[in-house]
Design a protein around this ligand. Structure first.
Ligand code: AMP
Length: 283
């Protein structure tokens, strides 16, 4: 595995691979790897001849007062994991390499970005789209792998790629969870023991809503109420950011689950802001 810090070097190596007829899979990450990241890497490894993993805590996707400085970092351990998962390149740029001092160009998908997490993180997805597009252009990846935990992120990236006519195919992997249902997240380390003990209830309540839909319930209002009632009892340390029933592709709120629908949420547990979602109904 090559460890690259310079974006020009990354572009040069990837151009060489393409010229040689080798296809490239890309897994963008912010590091502090857990089994969810490993799954994306293993999957990327299977999809193409070459696997590029990027590790960049992207300042542009953090708002003022968010956890950019505190975000957990463990480069040495991450490099060992990326190597074990079969990465050909681990790309770890400095912020100054990705954003020159007079950096001025942004990619935005404003409507999809204003929904859900966009309400409390208004510039987050503009930062995500910009860095992901830069990574796509540097690698010209044939396929890029994202996690379904960040449902809104992969939906926005799919739209960006479609709208711009990019050749990169987007693949999403199911959320990897702890045995008790908590979605793995680099931010789980922010929780105290008490918060961690309650946190599985986030997903358990979403599953409860999923079971209600399987049992014939379709009212988004009643589904939300049922989840909020459970959280009031079993998640007293949680502070709700949002809980919404939306269309999986348009992210528009739904009154009724009579077609494709997800339930998505963000809950603050102390210092951790945790997101999760469940597919209530597929195509
Ligand atoms: P992050 O490093 O948290 O920015 O995440 C990098 C990629 O890993 C994103 O595509 C995430 O959606 C994905 N990811 C994060 N957590 C999980 C998880 N628990 N299961 C599957 N994918 C995940």
């Amino acid at each position: 595995m090559q460890l690259l810090k310079n974006s020009k070097e990354l572009a040069d190596v990837c151009r060489g691979w393409h010229a040689d007829g080798q296809d490239i899979a890309l897994t963008p990450t912010m590091g502090c790897y857990h089994a969810g990241h490993e799954d994306l890497m293993h999957y990327g490894r299977m999809l193409a001849k070459r696997l590029v993993v990027s590790l960049f805590v992207n300042p542009a996707q953090f708002g003022p007062g968010e956890d950019l400085q505190a975000y957990p970092r463990n480069a040495e351990r991450d490099a060992a994991i990326a190597k074990k998962c079969g990465a050909d390149i681990l790309f770890m740029p400095e912020a100054t390499d990705m954003y020159m001092p007079d950096y001025a160009t942004w990619v935005d998908v404003p409507e999809l970005s204003a929904a859900l997490c966009g309400q409390s993180r208004p510039t987050h997805f503009r930062g995500v789209c910009t860095v992901v597009l830069k990574l796509f252009l540097l690698t010209m990846a044939d396929v890029a792998v994202f996690g379904a935990k960040d449902w809104q992120q992969q939906t926005i990236i799919r739209r960006m790629v479609r709208d711009l006519g990019m050749p990169t195919r987007i693949e999403a992997r199911p959320t990897v969870r702890e045995a008790d249902g908590l979605a793995l997240s680099s931010r789980n380390v922010y929780m105290t023991a008490d918060e961690r003990a309650q946190a599985p209830e986030i997903y358990q309540a979403l599953r409860y809503a999923g079971d209600m839909v399987a049992g014939g319930e379709s009212s988004a209002t009643l589904l939300r109420k049922a989840v909020l009632r459970r959280w009031a009892e079993r998640l007293p340390l949680g502070r709700l950011d949002y809980l919404a029933v939306v269309h999986p592709d348009t992210l528009s709120p739904l009154d009724s689950v009579d077609g494709p629908a997800i339930m998505a949420c963000a809950v603050r547990m102390g210092k951790a802001r945790l997101i999760d979602n469940i597919l209530l109904r597929g195509e």
